[in-house]
Design a protein around this ligand. Sequence first.
Ligand code: IMP
Length: 186
Amino acid sequence: MMNEARARGVARILIDEAAIQARIRELASELDDLYGTDTPLMVGVLNGAVAFMTDLMRAMTIPVKIDFMAVSSYGASTQSSGVVRILKDLNEEIEGRRVLVVEDIVDSGLTLQYLLDVLERRNPIDLRVVALLKKEKVAAAEVRVDQVGFAIPDEFVVGYGLDYAGRYRNLPYVAVLDPRTIEEGQ
Ligand code: IMP
């Protein structure tokens, strides 16, 4: 494992750094083709999408603009509460623009569905979603995600932007958390 100190509490690597970066290059090339001469506004969902967003936008060759939204997350729990709150809204107007929402992970899909409803009401030309990870569960299947990096089993994962209680975001890979870390409330 790359860095023992950063990785403490991690049970196993699910998607390594090379696989993430290779998949991002594929997604970026699809997005380049899709938007062509248009300049999409990439909307990153803070804080989890930061790693994915910065790598994805640099792998794209077309011009893009970026903005961020922050919504309430689970806090220190590993279950979605179903309550979504906007903590930080966009700086940009999106009416008449092409918007690409960049998400770290779709679990229950509640957060994404809420965001899409809010953004759709602002009349963008089109609204698409790219998510690095999507859990293989029924609820997640109901929300629209145009591009998915990796479908993963329904386990709690950390790294590459994803946290548990604010930690592990800076791991360059996606890993499964050791259940003992959750029990110990670290
Ligand atoms: P959802 O509303 O259940 O789809 O979850 C949305 C948010 O919860 C994601 O954007 C993540 O920030 C967080 N989340 C969901 N599953 C995980 C996980 O396995 N690890 C870390 N964060 C997660």
